[in-house]
Write a protein that binds this ligand. Structure first.
Ligand SMILES: [Zn+2]
Length: 569
């Protein structure tokens, strides 16, 4: 504010005119931000679960939103109202550059939601209705935003409301559009959730008041009947379920276009093929250097044998590597770290493990005072797969991807600095591309040095190249489920259980699996551009800090942010 007035005074003759123009600009920005906050409030009132995830707890933590089809539609209507209000009240050209980007984000989010609602129709095709509440309770239990007693009060209130919510949810499927494969996945998750609720009862005993604990026990006992009904209902859906789940060529192409990736499905596929070829050559070369005369499979096996013997050791080692990576960033001036942030490393809860074969990050809530993330590692179904999935050469890379400077750092920094609208940018290629980019970037800086870890890294890059190929082919309906599983096993040496869990997830998230390597590719391109524009002034930390403080803007919009920042310099 002060800077603005100082500049106005120096304009002398033009003072009055400039003042009104600046005021007009400020006015537009203020109005724009006010509408955004009002609409966020409306969304949270309708979707209290979202409020909890974002970090607003009172009164939301005790509520569950309507789960019926009508409510899904009303959410889309809210987004339409948001867009309309902005278009009617704000002149785009009067906005600051920052808010112009947020406007574009809202526009893009609206188009993607419309596509989701009218064309993808997951809300009528995937009958999985428990993962959301499971995840919600999991974060309410682990994020320490309030005393445990208060958090469990919210959990209990929500569990008491769950039977009604499941009834509402089931009404979405009256048109029998459910997909068979997804119904089977939903059945597995439904069977796995009761032990999670039981765990909740055990984990809180003696840590909360007796009165509340009794209420929790009663709520969990009452849920048994309702979960039994849900399971029977899911089984009853199977005979009429659709065997086809692929999105199809036309819709997939449309999705890529709405995501503004700047490439067609065919071009992305070719990129995957090119990377796969080059990376396999590099893998073969490295294997020869490590153990001359041995095959790639033999060398990989040899590296994998050098691994922790128990799952608990894997968790401990992961914790150490997260800390080491965090310190490394500061010591080497790679990215800015905030010491107040907290990252827990725990086992993946069983109810969600069918979709997370290896590891995942549960991001911190945007408005939470302390940025607290939960890094979950999945215990393999079969103990003999342990070393295959988590060995000394691969654990550090995973810690970089999920923790520092990957998903956790990116989210924690963005939550602190960006507007909440930026997160609606949901550029999957920025989220996964960034985490994948970090794996190799950290190696360039010396975080990992052995040839063995490089070989594992190249192998994981091959996995991401296969994801591009499989994602495009599966989504377009040109590849079957088993074919995709076979390709993952053949090209990456992944365990069968791991590959099946992977492909299950791919079927439900077209366009997500291709985002890792494509995103990294686009980030490297952007880095080259920024380097060229900055010349001798280029600074790696500036690049990384700017990348991580802008929510999940798609790369196309991040380019605008860099141009803006460079112009200010
Ligand atoms: Zn990731």
């Amino acid at each position: 504010m002060e800077q603005t007035s100082a500049r106005l005074i120096s304009l002398k003759g033009n003072r009055i005119r400039s003042l009104s123009r600046v005021e007009e600009k400020m006015d537009a920005d203020k109005k724009f931000e006010k509408i955004n906050w009002e609409m966020l409030q409306k969304f949270m009132d309708k979707n209290p679960e979202m409020a909890t995830f974002l970090g607003f707890h009172d009164p939301y933590d005790k509520l569950l939103g309507d789960a019926s089809l009508k409510a899904v539609y009303e959410n889309l209507e809210l987004l339409e109202e948001w867009r309309r209000k902005i278009e009617e009240n704000i002149d785009y050209d009067s906005l600051s550059d920052n808010n112009k980007i947020d406007w574009k984000v809202l526009d893009r989010a609206h188009n993607l939601w419309k596509f989701g609602f009218y064309e993808r129709r997951m809300h009528e095709r995937d009958p999985e209705g428990l993962e959301g509440i499971g995840s919600l309770i999991f974060i309410m239990l682990l994020r320490e935003y309030a005393p445990l007693e208060k958090r469990v009060e919210g959990i209990v209130s929500r569990l008491e409301k769950l039977p009604l919510s499941l009834e509402q949810f089931r009404t979405r499927f009256e048109k029998s559009l459910q997909v068979k494969l997804w119904t089977e996945i939903a059945i597995e998750k439904c069977q796995r959730i009761p032990p999670f609720f039981q765990f909740l009862v055990g984990a809180t005993k003696g840590r909360i008041s007796d009165q509340l604990h009794q209420r929790l026990q009663k709520a969990v006992a009452n849920l048994n009947q309702s979960l039994k009904e849900q399971l029977e209902w899911l089984n009853s859906l199977l005979p009429n379920a659709k065997t086809e789940w692929a999105m199809g060529k036309e819709k997939f192409e449309k999705l890529l276009e709405l995501r503004q990736l700047g490439m067609t499905a065919g071009e992305i596929y070719q990129l995957g093929v090119k990377y796969l070829k080059e990376l396999k050559e590099e893998r073969a070369r490295l294997a020869q250097e490590i153990a001359p005369g041995k095959s790639v499979e033999e060398v990989l096996k040899q590296i994998q044998e050098n691994a922790p013997k128990t799952f608990e050791e894997v968790l401990d080692l992961t914790r150490n590597e997260v800390e080491r990576a965090k310190q490394f960033l500061t010591d080497n001036e790679i990215a800015t770290v905030d010491e107040r942030d907290v990252l827990h490393v725990v086992e993946t809860p069983a109810f969600i493990a069918p979709l997370i074969p290896f590891a995942a990050l549960w991001i911190p809530g945007q408005f939470e005072k302390v940025q607290e993330g939960i890094y979950t590692v999945t215990r393999p179904k079969d103990a003999k797969d342990l070393s295959k999935d988590a060995n000394y050469a691969s654990i550090p890379s995973t810690a970089v991807h999920e923790g520092y400077p990957g998903h956790f750092l990116q989210t924690a920094r963005s939550n602190r600095s960006g507007s909440f609208v930026r997160h609606m940018g949901a550029g999957t290629e920025t989220i996964e591309g960034w985490a994948h980019y970090c794996e190799e970037m950290m190696r360039e800086h010396g975080f990992l040095t052995s040839k063995e870890s490089r070989l594992m890294q190249v192998n994981e890059m091959i996995w991401r190249a296969v994801r591009i190929i499989v994602d495009v082919k599966l989504s377009q309906g040109e590849m079957g489920f088993d074919e995709a599983v076979d390709m993952l096993i053949k090209e990456t040496g992944m365990s069968k259980n791991g590959a099946v869990a992977e492909v299950r997830r791919y079927t439900q998230s077209p366009g997500q699996p291709l985002s890792y390597l494509l995103g990294k590719h686009l980030i490297l391109q952007l880095r080259d551009e920024v380097k060229e524009k900055m010349g001798a002034k280029y600074d790696e930390r500036f690049f990384h800090d700017t990348m991580t403080e802008n929510g999940y803007l798609p790369i196309a919009l991040l380019r605008d942010v860099f141009d803006m920042r460079l112009a200010e310099m």
